[in-house]
Design a protein around this ligand. Structure first.
Ligand code: SF4
Length: 295
């Protein structure tokens, strides 16, 4: 594992030099960013994050179909959602585990939770009695609120689909919950490219949304040695990054993810690709080479 002081300068440089404008246009966050109104952005952020598995260009097409059906104000569409009247608008939607009924169920659950709480932030807050405590239990309750929704308008036999369940992973099940943690990063972090719309949650409580790119990068620079992507891995990486910035531990997430996603890192020694990399001094692929050379 790399010691925190050695990581500070390379990670700060990565954070500073990231081309956020170009990269945001290729990131899932491009969808919520289209909507200036907070209620639309919040709703579209959750919908996008729930579907954000696989490659952005693939799930992005599916998100586009749903957003086209929702019209200019997705929040208003959801607040007035009637599955019999509006559900057929999702007929063209298909994405891996998910079918039109899953999107209709998302709209029914979001409609009822918004009617009860007013905003998704307040819905999250209702399950977050310890605003200084760990985030996992609160996120678990937030996901359970969607899983416990009365969805008989969409699933008349009372059994929700596997696809709908897949939209809301539970931290208590031990998985990394990357999509829901990504949603929280967007909503809570105050600095661009994130939205900072949820002021009731402190950025210090966020956990890194670990996808395959962040996992590879974290191993490369010695933030974790764990072999499987789990909630514990997210906690471990976050704990180590919190040494560098306790108030904003997930600030490096976007730049780390996009370094790998863009092909600027191949997760192996590559003289041409690695030559301009500011992480080289802390990269295990080059440390191994240095040790071999010294022997
Ligand atoms: S030195 Fe190479 S392998 Fe290591 S992080 Fe940089 S680009 Fe990736």
């Amino acid at each position: 594992m790399t010691r925190a002081p050695a990581l500070r300068e390379p990670l700060e440089r990565l954070y500073r030099d990231c081309d956020y404008t170009t990269r945001v246009a290729r990131d899932a966050m491009q969808f919520p960013l289209r909507y200036p109104a907070a209620e639309d952005r919040e709703l579209v952020a959750l919908l996008t994050a729930c579907l954000a598995y696989g490659r952005v260009d693939l799930f992005g097409r599916a998100v586009e179909i749903v957003l086209a059906a929702m019209g200019p104000s997705p929040a208003r569409f959801v607040r007035e959602f009637d599955p019999r009247r509006d559900g057929p608008a999702f007929a063209g939607f298909r994405y891996r585990f998910n079918r039109p009924a899953d999107v209709a169920a998302f709209c029914v659950a979001a409609r009822d939770l918004l009617a009860r709480h007013g905003t998704l932030e307040k819905c999250f807050g209702a399950g977050d009695p310890e605003p200084a405590g760990p985030l996992g239990p609160a996120l678990d309750r937030f996901a359970r609120a969607f899983l416990a929704a009365d969805l008989r308008e969409v699933f008349p036999r009372g059994r929700m689909s596997r696809g709908y369940r897949h939209l809301f992973p539970l931290p208590s099940a031990g998985g990394p919950c990357k999509r829901l943690l990504l949603f929280l990063r967007w909503m809570v972090r105050r600095e661009p490219p994130d939205f900072g719309l949820w002021t009731s949650v402190a950025p210090a409580r966020l956990l890194v949304p670990v996808d395959t790119h962040v996992e590879n990068m974290s191993r490369a620079i010695g933030l974790t040695r764990r072999r499987s992507r789990t909630w514990r891995m997210a906690e471990e990486i976050t704990r180590r990054l919190a040494v560098l910035d306790p108030a904003d531990p997930v600030k490096y997430d976007f730049a780390l993810c996009h370094k790998r996603m863009s092909g600027d890192c191949r997760d192996r020694r590559d003289a041409a690709v690695c030559a301009p990399c500011g992480l080289r001094a802390v990269c295990r692929h080059w440390r191994a080479r240095a040790r071999t050379t010294r022997r």
